[in-house]
Design a protein around this ligand. Structure first.
Ligand code: ADP
Length: 765
């Protein structure tokens, strides 16, 4: 348990996950204080219950052997069984109330409570503390028990004769003694020290068991005395039970209030922390460069920021509810139980041992499975995402069955592991119950014989049983944590992995600024780039200059490295060797924000966001004027289709832009780039879905309106770039030709080949 908690803590520390905990420390502190209060209440209850059984029921509400009042006659009878010193001691704690002084203050005060005062003087107990009571208990018990016993004999002559015979009297004496009144009997006894010693010894052997049994033995005598005093003994008993019951009710309410408050605090802490971690995770992922996105799959990042965080949230809740409470309850329970019946310690030891063994076995079997389960959830997400996003392709190729199979496999794998874990739980819970009931039976078995022998009280046995059950519950709670903690520690590691991954692309500590006025001259100087983990360079030794007011086109077969070149300019990746400068400044020396501020990027796969056409365009510039938005739409040749929609610019765009065609999406993406008014345009194969007519109209309008900008176009179409000032021909990551269309037609075989395959003879000139 402790090992696992520290393991989770270590993970948390490693990446300052603790920083997410700090704001919640006061709440957790308060929860711990409340848990102590709750444990105090819960642990007190069995004790009070045992009081109700022992004192309330069995002793008729008499909680000590020191009566609150005694008749004068009883006191003098008791003296026979006391040493002179004890007599003085006892008298010192009682006040004499004379029955003849009917006008005295004490008489009027006590006459209602003790009606016997009308006929006989009484002794009333003074204020006295618990320790004094404990000291006096055996002294008075040893005297009041024989007095009660003698009183019984006076009322029951058959019992009396039996007892007198056993005391060694002959038949004549027995007849004489049984005929005596109670007072005469005690007068006789006071003159027969041998008999007194005999009775004292008899009682001593009975009382050899201990304090609680002494009180219990004296209880019936005291109750008889109370009845003789004229007190309502039923009411006395009821008052005791109601009093203790009331305290129990209050403790239960307090415990309940603590439980509710702790749950509230735990919920606040866990959800709050989950919210903060999610926020932190999202912020981190937002800063990730493409390298990190390649490292963690999108599916995994989604699982981590949802499922894994939920795991942690759940565990934090449980930790606050249980991890602190279980040990308090367990240790407290052991203490209280041993207090009730210390000789039954071995029952607790045995049950704890059994539980520890079971928990350890379950733990060792379950932990590896938990590690797997999160990976399987990842896999399931991945498969589901892939086949759902590619649903059209799946259908077109009639591959539904294949996809189903793939999904089924992931699903079945996950189900199998989950089932295994659940089965383990299913076995564990009844096993725990079996142990719990076994313990109860054992305690009753042993306890009942001890009760019969008079060495244990029934209430103490019941309390002991309840404490043992509380101890078992504490262990049960810990076992639940054993199940949850490893799983959470897997989740923590997975989140920590993300949080501790520093993006490879970062701003320098001392960033430069671009010179003003900004021109937008892009220069590649011997740039090579290799994707992380790849075996060969994607592009190699690339050098060229792209100038403002000019179009630089990159052409080449698929996989030649065209997109790679474009992605290096906004620093989606950093060059492996060489350098890229913009206006003479290495792009690694300025902030990513400054750099990207200058760039209008239209990716190969246009990404639109859910919202309207307008909100998508304003993504580039919130403050852009309506006229400017319209002109961007005009330039990008989107005007016709935008105005054909009844809502025009307010047309809804579905999530992922699925309700517009590929070509429309490209045009809106270009319009979005135009709204940004950048100095550099990067168009990565952005005309591919346009028909030739729209393509050329767009290029013309684009050139007219963005004349001063640097334009880099990646394309497969020669017609798109025929008029470009510079065309770079790429093959296998290297430049194999550079120049204008006319120059390249003469000098580059590769270019000529591409051109010939696309255009007819007249167009080629
Ligand atoms: P083009 O745009 O010319 O079709 P790319 O620049 O996309 O080509 O790709 C160039 C090479 O780099 C290809 O061989 C491709 O497989 C590889 N590549 C592209 N993207 C990645 C990536 N994220 N990780 C690893 N390799 C990549």
């Amino acid at each position: 348990m402790v090992i696992m908690v520290t393991q989770v803590q270590r993970n948390m520390k490693r990446t300052h996950l603790t920083k997410y905990m700090k704001p919640f420390f006061p709440l957790v502190g308060l929860a711990i204080v409340l848990l102590f209060a709750q444990a105090y209440c819960d642990l007190s209850l069995p004790n009070y219950l045992s009081n109700i059984v022992n004192t309330g029921i069995q002793q008729g509400g008499v909680d000590s052997a020191v009566p609150i009042a005694l008749r004068n006659s009883s006191m003098s009878h008791m003296f026979i069984f006391m040493t002179p010193a004890n007599r003085t001691d006892v008298l010192g704690h009682y006040t004499f109330v004379n029955a003849t002084e009917t006008t005295s203050e004490n008489y009027t005060r006590y006459i209602d409570e003790f009606p016997v005062l009308e006929n006989e003087s009484i002794y009333v107990r003074n204020r006295i503390n618990e320790t004094e009571i404990a000291r006096l208990n055996p002294v008075i018990a040893r005297a009041i028990i024989p007095v009660g016993f003698m009183n019984q004999l006076a009322e029951n002559s058959t019992l009396a004769s039996q007892v007198f015979f056993s005391l060694g009297f002959n038949a004549t004496m027995v007849t004489y003694l049984t005929s005596l009144s109670i007072d005469e009997l005690f007068t006789f006894l006071s003159h027969s020290p041998t008999q007194v010693v005999y009775i004292e010894n008899m009682i001593n052997t009975q009382l050899a068991f201990g304090e609680t049994v002494i009180v219990q033995a004296a209880a019936s005598s005291i109750k008889a005395e109370y009845a003789a005093l004229g007190m309502d003994t039923t009411q006395l008993q009821l008052n005791y039970i109601l009093g203790v019951g009331g305290v129990m009710l209050l403790l239960t309410l307090l415990s309940m209030a603590c439980t509710i408050t702790v749950s509230f605090l735990a919920a606040r802490t866990s959800t709050g922390m989950a919210r903060d971690i999610r926020k932190g995770l999202f912020a981190k992922v937002e800063n990730f460069s493409s390298t990190e996105f390649d490292k963690f799959s999108t599916a995994s990042l989604i699982t981590r920021s949802t499922n894994d965080i939920t795991q942690i949230q759940m565990v934090i809740f449980m930790i606050i509810r249980m991890v602190f409470y279980a040990p308090i309850l367990g240790v407290g329970g052991i203490f209280m139980a041993l207090n009730k019946a210390s000789d039954l310690w071995w029952v607790i030891a045995l049950s704890v041992l059994l539980l520890v063994v079971i928990i350890l076995i379950v733990f060792s079997v379950a932990l590896p499975k938990f590690k797997i389960i999160q990976k399987l959830v990842d896999r399931l997400n991945l498969v589901a995402r892939e086949s759902l996003t590619g649903m059209m392709v799946v259908r077109a190729f009639n591959k539904e069955q294949h996809e189903e199979g793939r999904f089924d496999k992931a699903n079945i794998d996950l189900t199998k592991v989950s089932l295994f874990i659940n089965r383990l739980m299913v076995v564990m819970m009844p096993l725990m119950m079996l142990i719990m009931n076994g313990i109860a039976v054992t305690i009753i078995w042993i306890g009942s014989s001890q009760v019969a022998a008079g060495t244990m009280q029934v209430g103490d046995m019941i309390a002991f049983m309840q404490y043992t059950i509380q101890i078992v519950m504490a262990f049960l709670m810990m076992s639940i944590m054993f199940i949850l903690l490893p799983r959470a520690s897997v989740s923590v590691t997975r989140i920590v992995d993300v949080l501790s991954t520093d993006p490879v692309i970062t701003d320098t500590s001392d960033p430069k600024r671009f010179p003003t006025p900004f021109n937008g001259i892009i220069e590649f100087r011997g740039v090579s780039f290799r994707y992380p983990g790849a075996e060969a360079d994607a592009i190699h030794d690339i050098s060229f200059i792209a100038k403002p007011g000019q179009t630089t086109a990159i052409i080449g077969p698929t996989g030649a490295g065209k997109s790679t070149i474009v992605n290096l300019i906004p620093r989606f990746y950093d060059v492996t060797s060489g350098a890229i400068t913009v206006d003479g400044v290495d792009i690694r020396d300025v902030t990513q924000h400054d750099l990207r501020d200058k760039i209008g990027y239209v990716p190969q796969k246009s990404a639109l966001f859910s919202g309207t056409i307008e909100s998508n365009l304003r993504y580039a510039d919130e403050a852009a004027s309506d006229e400017f938005l319209q002109s961007a739409i005009l330039i990008s040749q989107a005007a016709e289709f935008v105005s054909s929609r009844p809502e025009g610019i307010a047309t809804e765009i579905a999530q992922g832009g699925t309700n517009v065609s590929g070509g429309q999406k490209q045009r809106l993406s270009i319009a979005r780039a135009i709204v940004k008014k950048p100095s550099i345009y990067l168009l990565d194969d952005s005309f591919s879905a346009l028909d030739f007519k729209t393509d050329s109209a767009l290029r013309r309008a684009f050139k007219q309106n963005t004349g001063g900008s640097t334009l880099i176009i990646v394309t497969q179409r020669v017609s798109t770039i025929k008029n470009a000032e510079q065309i770079i021909v790429l093959e296998n990551g290297s430049i194999v030709g550079k120049g204008t269309h006319t120059e390249l037609m003469r000098t580059s075989g590769t270019y000529k080949e591409i051109a010939m395959s696309q255009m007819n003879a007249e167009e080629l000139v």
